[in-house]
Design a protein around this ligand. Structure first.
Ligand SMILES: Cc1ncc(C[n+]2csc(CCOP(=O)(O)OP(=O)(O)O)c2C)c(N)n1
Ligand code: SF4
Ligand SMILES: [Mg+2]
Length: 278
C-alpha cells in the first residue's frame, strides 16, 4: 500500500468541504488496496480549481491536467493501459462548464473510469462566479441580483448521456461518501459521483445539513433511475443508477488487448503493415 500522504502544504480554507472528500478518497483507496485493487494501479487526474488541489495532497500517480481537459486525460490513460483504474477529480465549473463536452463523451462511451465531481456550486478558485450548477436566485459576486439561469441536473445529464453508475453524496457524510467512492471505483464502466461540498466563503455547512436526505432505495432500471433523478431535489443522496451490462469503451475498441503489456514488436508491426498494403 502506498503512503497517500504528501509534503504539499494544504491551502484549502479552514472548514472547506474538500477536506471531507480527501479523507473519504484516502479511506476508499486503503479499503480497495486491502481488497486487491492495488494503490499502484490507480492513476488520477484533476482539472484546475480548489478541488483540483487534491491532486497535490494524494500520494498517487497521475497527471495534473488543464482546466476542463482532465476528463480527456484520464480517458487517454485508460485506453493506453486498460489495467489501470483511473479516477478524475473535477469541479462543477471544470467538468460541467468548460469541460462539459469531454464529460458527456466519456459517459457516452462508457469509459471505464470514475469521475468525482466536487460540487460547491461556485467557481471558487476564481472568487465566486456562478457555475452551470448554481441554484437559481443565488446572490454571489458575479450575480449580485441573483442568478437567473436554471442549473443543470448533473445526475439526469449523466444518465441520459450513457453513464452506467450515477450517484450523489456529501462531504459531511463520511461513511456514505467512502462507500459510494468504493462502489464507483469497483464499477466497470463510467461511474459519476457528484459530491456536495460547501465552499465556506459562499455557503455554510448548515445550508447543506438542513436539506440533506437520501433516496429510499436504489432504482432498479433506467426509467426508474431517470425519474428518481428528475424528481429528487439537489440535496438528495444515493446511488441513482447502476448498469453492469453495457460494454465499456476499451473492450469495444480492442477486446482484451493492452498496448503496454501486449506490445507488438517492430518486425511484427512491419509485417502487418505490408499485409495491409498488399
Ligand atoms: C483553460 C482555462 N480556462 C479558465 C481558467 C480559469 N479558471 C481556473 S479555476 C476556474 C474555476 C474553477 O471552478 P470549479 O471547477 O468549480 O472549481 P472550484 O475552484 O470551485 O473547486 C477557472 C474558470 C483556467 N485556469 N484555464
Ligand atoms: S474557496 Fe471554497 S472550495 Fe476553495 S478552498 Fe476555500 S472553502 Fe474550499
Ligand atoms: Mg466549483
Amino acid at each position: 500500500m502506498r503512503d497517500l500522504e504528501t509534503n504539499a502544504e494544504n491551502t484549502w480554507c479552514p472548514g472547506c468541504g474538500n477536506f471531507g472528500i480527501l479523507s473519504a478518497v484516502k479511506n476508499a483507496i486503503t479499503h480497495l488496496d486491502e481488497e486487491g485493487i492495488s494503490s499502484d494501479s490507480i492513476v488520477i487526474s484533476a482539472g484546475i480549481g480548489c478541488h483540483a488541489k487534491i491532486f497535490d495532497y494524494l500520494g498517487l500517480s497521475g497527471l495534473y491536467s488543464l482546466h476542463g481537459r482532465d476528463i480527456a486525460t484520464v480517458q487517454g490513460m485508460k485506453i493506453a493501459n486498460p489495467d489501470l483504474k483511473v479516477i478524475n477529480f473535477s469541479g462543477d465549473g471544470n467538468g460541467m462548464g468548460e469541460g462539459l463536452a469531454h464529460t458527456l463523451f466519456a459517459a457516452k462511451r462508457n469509459q471505464d473510469m470514475t469521475m468525482i465531481l466536487h460540487n460547491n456550486s461556485v467557481y471558487a478558485l476564481t472568487t465566486g462566479q456562478f457555475t452551470p450548477l448554481t441554484q437559481k436566485g443565488w446572490e454571489g459576486p458575479s450575480t449580485p441580483r441573483g442568478s437567473f439561469e436554471e442549473p443543470f441536473n448533473p445526475l439526469v445529464m449523466m444518465i441520459v448521456s450513457g453513464a452506467t453508475f450515477v450517484a450523489r453524496s456529501f462531504s459531511g457524510k463520511m461513511q456514505h461518501l467512502t462507500d459510494t467512492i468504493i462502489s464507483a471505483v469497483k464499477h466497470k464502466g463510467f461511474s459519476f459521483v457528484e459530491v456536495l461540498q460547501p465552499a465556506v466563503p459562499y455557503h455554510s455547512w448548515s445550508e447543506y445539513r438542513d436539506k440533506i436526505k437520501f433516496i429510499e432505495e436504489e432504482p432498479s432500471n433506467y426509467n426508474e433511475a431517470l425519474k428518481t433523478a428528475q424528481d429528487a431535489d439537489p440535496y438528495t443522496l444515493g446511488i441513482f443508477y447502476r448498469n453492469t451490462e453495457k460494454p465499456v469503451y476499451h473492450e469495444e475498441l480492442y477486446g482484451d488487448h493492452n498496448p503496454v503489456n501486449k506490445r507488438v514488436g517492430v518486425e511484427e508491426r512491419r509485417q502487418k503493415i505490408i499485409k495491409i498494403l498488399k
